[in-house]
Design a protein around this ligand. Sequence first.
Ligand code: G6Q
Length: 544
Amino acid sequence: MNTSAMNLTGTASWLALVAQGESMRSRTLRELFAEDGERGQRLTCEAVGLYLDYSKNRITSETLRLLIGLADECGLRERIAAMFSGERINITENRAVLHVALRAPRGSSIRVDGKNVVPHVHAVLDRMTGFACRVRGGQWVGHTGQRIRNVVNIGIGGSDLGPVMAYEALRHYSDRGLVFRFISNVDGTDFAEATHDLDPAETVVIVSSKTFTTQETMTNAQTARRWLLAAFGGDERAVAKHFVAVSTNATKVAEFGIDTANMFEFWDWVGGRYSMDSAIGLSTMLAIGPDHFRELLAGFHEMDEHFRSAPFDRNLPVLLALLTVWNTNFLGAETVAVLPYDQYLKRFPAYLQQLTMESNGKRVTLAGRDVDYATSPIYWGEPGTNGQHSFYQLIHQGTRLIPCDFIAFVESLNPLGPHHAMLLANVLAQAEALAFGKTADEVRAEGTAEWLVPHRTFPGNRPSNVLMAQRLSPAVLGKLVALYEHAVFVEGILWNVDSFDQWGVELGKVLAQRILGELQSKAAPAPAHDSSTNELIRRCRQGK
Ligand code: G6Q
């Protein structure tokens, strides 16, 4: 097991992988494909309706064997069991990590401190269902009896990115009679623009905050309260009809003035960035309806079961993670581009940024020692084909190695003439071009002037994964998110970091609090910072 005492870079598998990395640096995907006519079928994995083609990675079967050996040496199998059994694997916060319980079927049992949490999960889901049906059916009306037509979710980080992503991803399945807005930024512009055309009398506000203390969310929630009460002549009774809360903190919810009967609960064993399938998904349920929401959960659960039981060489999250570790630690890649070829997934890269980088952007091991290897790569991306006309240039011909995850669907939800064939042709072409490039001789053979040949040559040998499913559905979205959740978990086990804390966000929060006081104080504050911060504070104050 990858305990605190373990030295990752000294393990037999790691050392063998370093040697393997050296030898693979001189190998090309052209050669690897030429040597094995079946490579494109062999280095693939299909499970729970997702097809992963990882053949265009710079690996051999031996690489994979060594990577799986590393996972074994790190005790991955035991760590998976520990997560599913509710052990407190988030050691710096002393918490269990049980997002898998959020999608466990009714009647199953997952225990935290000896108590089965699944009945609680379903009790909340049932309450969410009741609320969603009343809003969608027009029975839940506003303070003046008007039907609810607008839903505003106020939350940030894990209480925003999942709901926004899911809303966009599942728009096809959403009730078009309802308008959804998401407010996260403490910048008043976010609030102003999200609400300027909404009628408070037809709006329900979901205040989504695990802690109910987050500065941005509480500020936006107070602004929403004023916005709403202004429309009702300050009548406080309106709050009950227009505000609901999603939180773990009933005391703070009540203090805000929201009736705890209108609070949807979740638990401290759900991390913010792993919470889109908890009550934090209330806006998602309102948009797509309870049945589709349960399909989403079923998709998550199918991937959970696959992850828990499939052998590592046929295990989608494990393979995805091992490839990331390979590209990062043995081929020196610093980023991963996530490139969904589906407009509905336009917020998926942003969602993954938090999931991956907040989880594994760590520099010390579980035992608090500095790591001597790279941890999370930088995740980024945009939907295809838009990115092709922008940053793909750098991926094809720049100096950096950028592994890509392409995501595509065989069928479109909006089959319009030739669009979908074109979209698919583009994603397949990009993976092909990145892998095999175009040699100088091939460019010359086209009659290109010699001076232009270097400019028009594509070195290729750029790794990529292609992930495909039949069509984007709630269940498929659940599978896709769970795939990355578990891949992040596997990477964290190998890198021996706590993937479930986020201490790196704290320092800025504390300093902002102090500077806020200085910006708002009547008397000019004595310079208490470095000369740069002091000067910037002075300039901000000047405009007051
Ligand atoms: C996620 C983080 C973080 C969190 C936000 C919002 O894993 O913990 O992004 O979700 O800071 O927190 P609240 O939900 O408590 O407002």
